[in-house]
Design a protein around this ligand. Sequence first.
Ligand code: ASP
Length: 595
Amino acid sequence: MPEGQTFLKRTAICAELSLEKAGQEVVLNGWINRRRDHGGLIFVDLRDRSGLVQIVFDPEKAEPFAVAEHVRAEFVLAVRGTIRQRPEGTENPEIASGDLEILATEAEILNASETPPFLHTDRTETDELVRLKYRYLDLRSPRLQANLELRHRVAQETRAFLSTEGFWEVETPILFKPTPEGARDYLVPSRVSPGNFYALPQSPQTMKQLLMVAGVEKYFQLARCLRDEDLRADRQPEHTQIDIEMSFVEREDVLQIVERLMVHLFRATLDTELPQPFPRMSHEEALARFGTDKPDLRFGLELVDLTEAMAGSEFKVFSRVAQSGGQIKGLRAPGCANYSRNQLDNLTEFAKAHKAQGLVWIQVQAGPRLESPVAKFLGEAEQKALIERLGATEGDLLLIVADQAAIVAESLDWLRREMARRMGLIQAGDWRPLWVVDFPMFKWDEDGKRWEAEHHPFCMPHPDDLELMKTDPGRVRAQSYDLVLNGTELASGSIRIHRREIQQQVFDLLGITPEEAERRFGFLLKAFEYGAPPHGGIAPGFDRLVMMLAGEENIREVIAFPKTQRAQDLMSGAPAPADPQALRDLHIKLDLPPE
Ligand code: ASP
């Protein structure tokens, strides 16, 4: 070892090894992936971040052989040796260095390891709770290493792209005031201002708007957003957004920049061309045709409105729903008329699990003749209308739901995606981006009996709808937009309000009094009085984007240290009780519910 050096340090990594270098001496550092004792020779697969290589320990080289006799899985090892070709017939095509091996001449154990609770080769069979507890071991798996590397590349490409486009990366505070993104805030008590709290940002929304008032003009940030929500499978209490805001822009400018960013990222990471331009669809059209504001365009199975045609039906479910303001809609699954009774019962249960009261199924036989338990209640004209509207032909299965509009939409959206899955209509590598635009500005909250912002209260209403704010808020469209990819919402944004009086009008409608507005957002309203430029922005979800690029189904697979559905970090034990002295310093007394 050279003077001053404390361990046998690497001169190469696994990925750099090749047969062209046969005969050369290298030093490798890494972990023991596997060790095999072949009664005589000992084989060790050494793993580093870049790959694997087989090391051979020969008893004739007594010193390294003695080391190899003691090592086990996940020991940290340093090995000096020569690169040589593997004997014929022993090559391993599964690994990049599978045609070569290293004959060890010197070895040093850099650290031992307890027997790991699981081997990453068995990660799919290991309970996720165990893997989360030992996340640093799980992260050693090639799959998660590849995901982390991809995440890094997407971040770097994003920065490079936006920077070339003239955006500045600006960091905004983590200790701030509540942001109205619709979730609960995480609060942080202030020690030096007793009784006062910071809120962790649900997004940098107000801050990025202030940056526009500040003349930054083009801002981005890989921003951490913290939301105390009841977690669903694909949510995390903290997530990262590519947060973007631009001044002197209209909707089209924002869509263009994000479209080009996405095209660039898919090209750079997957070598894939996204179809351009991304199609646009109004929120209204998306709901009508697909029952959702995030339609998956990789397959058809569009919804067809049958309400009018069925209004006078003898089938009471149909006529009752049609006459009481509900909806009747259906979709056509080509080639599924041969579904068994069992399969159809199963689909009915599926629809019910997604809120529908029932599912009407109709098998289209030769003729076309409709076969269904309800067929006898449908008159000739109705049958004809069904066939025409749905474009039904022999061999089709028609699936119809009659209910309140929202339930029809939700259940048929689920059914549509379920049928696409069952019918094998989804091709790997098929990417269908879509802009959904003109979302409603407000939604009615039945429980609270009040209007809520559909996105957030800073969206600019559509210029044609300003009058409707006074008469029919439910019909006001916002200048907002979502980017949807294969049925996943990937980004949300809007052109913002930059005039104080319009902002106040929106607050009024949301039931936010001028005093409350002043208390919560006074700083922003004040800023609007000092020459706020027209501005707008958007925030693509970074975790979700990386998840899709990685071909993963769950965002936990692309986050280094994710939390569970109960917002816990199983590795560190967070959240955890606070030190009593810390609570005293904060003037906090706990009043916990009984166990
Ligand atoms: N702040 C918004 C969000 O987090 C995104 C935006 O409107 O730019 O959803």
